[in-house]
Design a protein around this ligand. Structure first.
Ligand SMILES: [Zn+2]
Length: 496
């Protein structure tokens, strides 16, 4: 594909890295939901990694459950890049759906308005969490022709059928159905986990196209006015941008059945290739008081609310302190702890930097270099073991403690060891996306400038010049300074 022929120089450079990596230390191992085991990671065309992650349905503010999933995949992408892979990352935006339509009706707005508002707020939250954008964020409504064509091809192939303006995929036509989730076809026939519908040949069959009666929320198709089922969009958009074989397909574990099971049936039926995805990666739940955090249960905390109280680095550190496949219970105390761990790492980096300026020339004690090597190696080994960020982090805390102890014990230091220690911790923090700059501490002059701007804005608010006040708030936010108005006082915080 044309996307991949770009940057040949970088490509050659990365091939060299991957080759030496394979000959050297242990290779990356990844847990694959399909085999329920950790497997050596061997993408179809290394160093390229084709990665697709199911994106959000944009009908409301994103909550911490979303943060959990998307921070995990952002980190996996960063780690793959750290290991020398070239990741091509696609994440869809579901911008037409029952929830979006319902919200639009309740507000007297159009579904497009609702989708626009909440995709903007989703991207704002992700940017603030230092989650890098995917290479492509395809939207369903921009791909309606592709979807209709795919549905028509499935009918042509005899694996889908039309019934009264709806089109269903015939599950019995796909022999491997249930391979990912372990769900048995017989259980599905009993209708225990699917909605029975008189129009379906079999209760397990699922909708590719749904008839729509309401005006303005559908598209015309060979089967009449309607809109696509949810599963088909991911099959169509992943294949369109990444080809028939993906290396990684990810999402929250609640998507394994039926969403990902259905994606496999559709995609493999469409392409005739029997290995749509090489590695299925699923993230564990984010729970609150032991229950899955979700919009439908109403037990959610929005990302915005959390970022009002905590830095993005601390939020990421909180999430990455648990392995991506294990559940995380959301607790404000956990975020406090993450904040202090982050501060410890940042303070250590600041201290190292300040000490370098006073240090003498020289490489420093051999045993300190050995400690740095040991912890750096263990950091890498942990990431190679199915992206084990909690173990990787524990080695960075240990290295920080050892470097601090060295600084505490010595009267004079040599530059070499401090520079190397700083480099290792900074690189580790960057790889996990927990510290964006080298340091979070604010120079005095910057602090003074922020205070002046906040004062100008407070003046504007007193004059009821909301336009200027909002503009200043937005400009500051773009620069990484978040304001919070408390009565007539305004608090500010640097988020990155
Ligand atoms: Zn999907």
């Amino acid at each position: 594909m044309s996307y991949f022929s770009l940057g040949l120089v970088r490509f050659k450079y990365v091939v060299t890295i991957v080759k030496s990596m394979k000959e050297g230390c242990a290779v990356l191992r990844v847990y694959n939901t399909l085999s329920r085991s950790k497997e050596p990671f061997e993408p179809v065309e290394p160093p390229l990694v084709r990665m697709y992650v199911c994106g959000p349905t944009v009908y409301d503010e994103a909550h911490m459950g979303h943060a959990r999933t998307y921070v995990a995949f952002d980190t996996i992408r960063r780690i793959l890049e750290f290991f020398g892979y070239e990741v091509f990352y696609v994440q869809n935006i579901t911008d037409i759906d029952d929830k979006i339509i319902n919200r639009a009706e309740a507000e007297g707005a159009s579904p497009a308005d609702i989708a626009e508002r909440y995709s903007a707020s989703y991207f704002r939250d992700m940017d603030d969490l230092n989650v890098r954008r995917a290479d492509v964020h395809p939207r369903v409504t921009d791909h309606m022709e592709d979807i209709i064509e795919a549905v028509a091809r499935l009918i042509e192939k005899g694996v889908a059928y039309e019934a009264d303006g709806n089109v269903y995929f015939e599950v019995s036509s796909f022999p491997h159905y249930g391979r990912l989730s372990g769900v048995k076809f017989e259980e599905l026939i009993a209708g225990a986990r699917v909605e029975p519908d008189a129009a379906k040949k079999n209760p397990a069959d699922f909708a590719l196209w749904k008839k729509e009666r309401r005006e303005g929320v559908g598209w015309s198709s060979p089967w009449g006015y309607g809109r696509p089922g949810w599963h088909i969009e991911c099959s169509v958009m992943s294949t369109k941008y990444l080809g028939p074989r993906l290396d990684i397909h990810g999402g929250g574990q609640d998507l394994i059945f039926p969403h990902h099971e259905n994606e496999i049936a559709q995609s493999e039926s469409l392409t005739g290739i029997s290995s749509f995805v090489k590695y299925w990666i699923h993230t564990g739940y984010l729970t609150i008081k032991g229950e899955k955090m979700s919009k439908s249960l109403g037990n959610y905390v929005t990302i915005r609310e959390v970022l009002r109280r905590h830095s993005a680095g601390a939020v990421r550190l909180f999430l990455l302190s648990t392995h991506y496949r294990s559940p995380i219970d959301f607790m404000w105390e956990g975020l406090e702890a993450a904040e202090s761990n982050l501060r410890y790492l940042v303070n250590t980096m600041d201290r190292l930097e300040a000490s370098i300026r006073q240090a003498e020339m020289g490489s420093g004690p051999v045993e300190m270099h050995a400690k740095i090597t040991e912890n750096a190696k263990k950091f890498i080994l942990a990431l190679e073991d199915d992206f084990s960020t909690p173990v990787a982090l524990s080695h960075m805390y240990r290295l920080a403690r050892e470097l601090n102890a060295y600084l505490d014990d010595q009267e004079t230091f040599e530059r070499g060891v401090l520079e190397r220690g700083l480099r290792v911790i900074a690189k580790a923090c960057e790889t996990l996306g927990i510290v964006t700059g080298k340091s979070l501490s604010v120079p005095e002059i910057v602090e003074k400038l922020i205070k002046i701007l906040v004062e100008v804005r407070s003046d504007a608010r007193r004059r009821r010049d909301w336009k200027l006040a909002d503009e200043l708030r937005e400009k500051l936010r773009e620069s990484g300074v978040v304001l919070e108005d408390k009565g007539d006082k305004t608090l500010w915080k640097i988020t990155r």
